[in-house]
Design a protein. Sequence first.
Length: 119
Amino acid sequence: MCNLTKRNCFRVWCLGLCLLVATTAFGIILTLPAVAADNEVDIDNFAFTPKELTVKAGTAIVFHNRDDIPHLVVGAKGEFHSKALDTDDTFEFTFAKPGTYSYFCGLHPQMQGKVVVTP
């Protein structure tokens, strides 16, 4: 059996405490929601993903063109309209009021999506 001096015992105790804190912090980080992903719509392969997104009023959504051709994001009732988004360009819109907002690509109208905004 190893006989620890007071100084070494303190070091072992501190190391154990550091490991406990680090493990707890890592566990907390893993359980946090992925905010960026929840508030982003990817444009790729002629589709919006997710096709439908539910958020609270006041949430900003980022539309990110990951496709290799330009796309536009247009609100079906004219609520918003992006410029032409080239590859890796983004468009951000804040959905301030509750409701259902349908949108489509202004260049490829078959591409459609929806944002449902709750109070």
